[in-house]
Each structure stands twice: as C-alpha cells, then as structure tokens.
Write a protein that binds this ligand. Structure first.
Ligand SMILES: *Cc1c(COP(=O)(O)O)cnc(C)c1O
Length: 355
C-alpha cells in the first residue's frame, strides 16, 4: 500500500474470489456451470461482430433489456443490465446505503455485501442465521437500512419460501429490500411477481451460474421503473459503457434459449440430489440446498483439511474459514462424471483417516 491511498480505503478488506487455476483440476469451487453456454452464444461470436467494435457499445442496453423483459413478461423499464450482478449490487448499495447509510444482511451470506458496504462508507448490521443455517425472516422487519438477502442463500443453498420473503418486503416499506436471485433458476421461485405489489423490492440476477456465462460478465436488476431510474443515474455517473458490445448481443441471444438452459438446470439438479445422497451415506451433514452447490460437513474431518486433501487429488472445492463455516466445504455441482470422481476421492480420504 502506498502513502497516497485515502485513509477510508486503507482498511478495506477486498473480496477473495475462489481460485481460478489454469491446470487440470476438477473445478468445483466457484459455482460455475459444467456445461458450455447456449450454441446461440457461439453464433453471435462468429457473426462478424468484431467489425463493429470501433463503435462504443449501446449505453441504453436496449437489445439486452428487451430480451430480459420478454423472459419475465415485463416492460423494458423494469430492467437494468450491468457487468455481472456484482456491478448491480455495487450500484444498489451505493445508491441506497452509500455515504453513511446502513446495510442489513445475514452473518453468513455472499461475501461481497460487506465489502461493498465498507467501500461505499455504509454501516453493516448482520443477523446470525438460525442454527440450521436458515434465514429468520422476523430479524429483518423494520430494518435500520437497506436489506440484502440472497435467495437461495450462499453458501448454504437454502431458500426462504416466497411468503417469508414477502413478509420481509412488506415489513420494510421505508427501505429498499434487495433479493439476490443468483441461484433462483435452479429452484424456480422468483419474487419478480411481487414487484406489482411492492415499490421497495429490487431483484438482482446473473447469467454467470445458471446460464454458463461467468466469463461474459452479465447480470441485471429487475425492479419498478423509479428504482431502475436510480440505478441508471448511478451507472451513467460511473460508466455508461459498462457492458461491452459482445456481452450485450451474446447475453440477449442466450437468455432467449430457455429450452437449452432448462435441460442444463434439470441435469444439475438431478446430479445434486445424487451427490447429496452419496455424501449422506458417507456420514456428511448437508444443508437442504436447492442451488447448484452443496454445503457439507463431516464429523470426522475439518472443512479445511478436506479442502486440502481434495486439492492434492486435483479437485478444487471452496472452504470459507469463518467460525460458523470452517467445518464445512462448499462443493459446486459439476458433471456426473466429475461428481463420481469426487465421491471416490472423498471415500478414499475418509478411509485413510480411519486406517
Ligand atoms: C456469483 C454470485 C453473484 C455474482 O455474480 P456475477 O454476475 O458473476 O457478478 C452475486 N450474488 C451471489 C449470491 C452469487 O453467488
């Protein structure tokens, strides 16, 4: 760190991304899809799009907004896309909590919420998850600021029923409630239908997980038009060209291909159920995940040790070294073949320990 960095940034604790190792690891650590994106993405990339890259991308993002709006049966003014949903979350936390506001979220959730809270000079209030790692909706009633809930939550994969989500939104008429639906497509229960009833609801989504496009960097906000206008005010004050021309076209093509992605999601959900039952037979306790990952702990082996032993065997999972999560590992759902390998290696690691 140099001496020039402003004091308010000197204690920033940046987000730690999962390892992105370029070797032959079976990569089950950042909840990417094991499947390639829709073939329509390749068609866009082969369409000669490079011949238009001397022009700025469209700051209105019209083509992409129309595709997202059509998918959810909304009008375009309910949508704002950005460079990954991390971008959307940053704009939203800046807009509704920046410079002295408050962000309220669970103690165990997506690691970027506290990072943005800190970056934008907001205060953080956290509520512990229940003993079973579920969110207690009542904790968020009449919150002292902007509420952020991932549903399903990460790294647990547990979803709150929509009726509970609605109780939180209804009990916060004076606050924005951000529902991060990064993993919603694996479960299917979006709170978008609640937008007609609640002006304080902001839904964020990403194409990184369910749509196999983590590297393209596209996410979006869905909310009532006055909320979308706030977010655009921030976006146009920061970088109106935050989405490049290739991402706009490729994401618009992908989002229309429900048939392809429904197949991928069904396969991932089937594989998750299989892996979960195998892990339970090996003595693991798993949270009831409805997402594309499993959160599992074994009484005989610490999460950190299991992470290291799997890494020696060329399998990467995620270990989150905090007091309530260090016994667990988070395992992304790969292909059936990858998961068979995982179970074989875990069985052998446990046998080595008993020997
Ligand atoms: C992965 C993830 C995101 C970020 O997604 P990007 O669109 O890739 O930035 C946001 N929220 C949660 C809960 C996630 O797991």
């Amino acid at each position: 760190m140099s001496n020039f960095l402003r004091p308010q940034y000197q204690n920033l604790k940046p987000y730690t991304p999962g390892e992105q190792i370029n070797a032959d690891y079976i990569k089950l650590n950042t909840n990417e899809s094991p499947f390639p994106p829709s073939p329509r993405v390749g068609e866009v990339l082969r369409s000669g799009i490079e011949e238009r890259l001397q022009l700025y991308s469209d700051p209105t993002l019209g083509e992409l907004h129309r595709a997202v709006a059509a998918k959810f049966g909304l009008t375009e003014d309910y949508v704002m896309a950005a460079n990954g949903s991390d971008d959307v979350l940053a704009f939203a936390i800046m807009a509704y909590a920046g410079g002295g506001g408050t962000v309220v979220c669970p103690d165990i959730t997506y690691g970027f919420y506290p990072v943005y809270t800190n970056l934008f000079g907001a205060k953080l209030v956290t509520h512990p998850l229940c003993e079973d790692f579920s969110v207690n909706a009542d904790d968020y009633f009449n919150a002292p600021g902007t509420v952020v809930i991932a549903n399903p939550n990460a790294p647990t994969g547990i979803a709150l029923p929509l009726s509970e989500i609605e109780r939180i939104i209804a009990a916060n008429r004076d606050n924005i409630v951000i529902i991060d639906e990064a993993y919603m497509p694996f479960h299917g229960d979006s709170c978008i239908p609640l937008l007609v009833k609640y002006e304080n609801l902001l839904v964020t989504m990403t194409m990184s997980k369910s749509h196999s496009l983590a590297g393209l960097r596209v996410g979006f906000a869905v909310a009532n038009p006055h909320i979308i206008a706030d977010l655009n005010r921030i976006r146009y004050s920061f970088n109106p060209y935050n989405l490049n021309a290739i991402s706009i076209k490729a994401a618009a093509a992908a989002i229309a291909d429900d048939e392809y992605y429904d197949g991928c999601i069904a396969e991932i959900n089937r594989t998750r159920e299989w892996v979960t039952s195998e892990l339970v037979q090996l003595g693991f306790v798993c949270t009831p995940s409805v997402a594309n990952f499993i959160f599992a702990a074994h009484p005989a082996i610490d999460g950190g040790e299991l992470y290291r032993k799997l890494k020696e065997r060329i399998i990467l999972v995620r270990h989150l070294d905090t007091p309530r999560t260090r016994g667990h590992v988070r395992i992304s759902i790969g292909t059936m073949g990858q998961m068979v390998r995982l179970i074989t290696e875990i069985r052998s690691i446990l046998e080595d320990k008993n020997a």
